[in-house]
Design a protein around this ligand. Structure first.
Ligand code: ARG
Length: 448
């Protein structure tokens, strides 16, 4: 058993080690790159307050840059007997540079280290979720415009209700994503604050320059109160999970609609055959498995805030090892959502729309309100018109006029997709990803 960062004159029982390390050796790989960035910022600041020599800083930064590259190349591993990513990086530095490697931990605890790692990781992943969400949004808006003149039945209670259109259907899911983007923005803002310097949760007697690490890491500002900074562990993950769940909720509904509309009984849309799967027994089958899996994964993602909430339930102030377990559900969630978003966009781009649904007279009753409104506009009181059309439908004399004129905002004839895009663009402009790129680039350049 290798020694621990905290080991003194007794060694730890192997079973206890297995249980407490848990899945950290596998999960901390998600955080490795960011752990290195956090250390680069931290030691740059340590040198500026006189806790490290210039030459030591130079050598450590260069070695950290090497470790960063190993992370990018996928060769970075957390060795057997090493507890976590924080210990592994420090071990590699001391192996390569001797005692100066041990200096990097002054004024820091693994508690604020894992916090900063999680923030940097989440910031990066949120950006990718934002980009994938935006891509699906654009695709849905494109389809909405393309098919704005193709009518389809609208349902309430899953009973044929009123005329709708593919323009409305695609466009509705797009607008839903524009709202979800607000949650992603709030989650991003909360994430993009620096917890480094809170140490074990109560700060440090070293005169740490937190402004400096905030700037070096490209954070918008810091989590000021050191106690609150630690409270952010779990809270940040839960709030980000809410935002992910909001997007997942939109995607799950889209997937359900698409599966249903693709069924022969509806035949409103058709998935291209290369996007369907076959059956081992029924030779005619072209199943919408992709949308079914998107639906299940997105539904599962909607349980994420609750899972996190329950893990951190009722913890008092301060660090607890409980928080480690959140990583198990939180870290892999981003890849799953991005995958769902990308697959949904891929299929929406290729989905075929049935332009002749309404040839089937089964759907004629959905024009009943149009007829009532036409009579009412011509002077018949609404209640009388309602009764008259109702009777015509009952006795089979109703004639459905498929020419409809809806003009108000957000209706079939006036989708306002441009206004919805404006809302989305306004939200997107507020993220400010360029500031982060710039900061990370110059931090890494310091290791050249
Ligand atoms: N693996 C730990 C976590 O994820 C790192 C922090 C350990 N800190 C501690 N005080 N035991 O929370």
């Amino acid at each position: 058993m290798a020694s621990k960062l905290w080991e003194k004159n007794f060694s730890v029982n192997e079973e206890i080690e297995r249980f407490t390390v848990g899945r950290d050796r596998e999960l901390d790989i998600y955080l490795a790159k960011y752990d290195v960035l956090g250390s680069m910022a931290h030691i740059t600041m340590l040198e500026s307050i006189g806790l490290m020599q210039k030459d030591e800083l130079r050598q450590l930064l260069a070695e950290l840059k090497n470790i960063y590259n190993e992370c990018v190349q996928g060769t970075f591993v957390i060795e057997e007997g090493v507890e976590d990513v924080h210990s592994q990086v420090e071990l590699m530095l001391t192996r390569r540079l001797g005692d100066m490697g041990k200096k990097i931990h002054s004024g820091r605890s693994r508690n604020d280290q894992v916090l900063v790692d999680l923030k940097l990781f989440t910031r990066h992943e949120l950006r990718e979720v934002v980009e994938a969400t935006d891509a699906l949004f654009r695709e849905l808006q494109k389809k909405s415009e393309q098919y704005k003149n193709v009518l389809m039945p609208g349902y309430t209670h899953l009973q044929i209700a009123m005329p709708s259109s593919f323009g409305l259907w695609f466009g509705a899911h797009a607008e839903s994503l524009a709202d979800d983007m607000l949650f992603l923005l709030a989650a991003y803002r909360m994430t993009n604050r620096n917890p480094l310097g809170s140490a074990a949760g109560y700060g440090s007697s070293f005169p740490l320059n937190r402004e400096m690490t905030t700037r070096l890491l490209g954070f918008d500002s810091m989590d000021y109160n050191v106690v609150y900074a630690q409270m952010g562990r779990g809270k940040m993950e839960r709030n980000v999970a809410f935002a992910l769940a909001s997007v997942a909720g939109t995607v799950a509904k889209l997937a359900f609609d698409a599966c249903m509309f693709n069924s022969q009984n509806f035949s409103f849309v058709k998935l291209p055959k290369e996007c369907t799967t076959g059956s081992s027994i029924m030779p005619h089958k072209k199943n919408p498995d992709v949308f079914e899996l998107i639906r299940a994964k997105s539904n599962k993602l909607q349980s994420l805030p609750t899972q996190i909430q329950l893990i951190m339930n009722n913890l008092p102030t301060g660090y607890f090892r409980d928080l480690q377990i959140i990583k198990e559900v939180f870290l892999p969630a981003f890849a799953e959502l991005k995958d769902c978003l990308a697959m949904a966009a891929y299929i929406i781009e290729r989905i075929e729309v049935n332009e002749h649904i309404l040839d089937n007279p089964m759907y004629d009753p959905m024009f009943s309100v149009e007829e009532v409104n036409r009579l009412a506009a011509a002077g018949t009181p609404f209640r009388d018109a309602y009764k008259q059309v109702g009777m015509e439908i009952e006795n089979g004399t109703f004639h459905a006029d498929h020419n409809i004129h809806h003009t108000h905002e957000g209706s079939i004839g006036n989708l306002c997709n441009d206004k919805i895009a404006e809302i989305m663009d306004k939200t997107l402009a507020e993220f400010g990803f360029e500031r982060v790129d710039e900061a990370e680039r110059s931090l890494l350049a310091a290791g050249e």
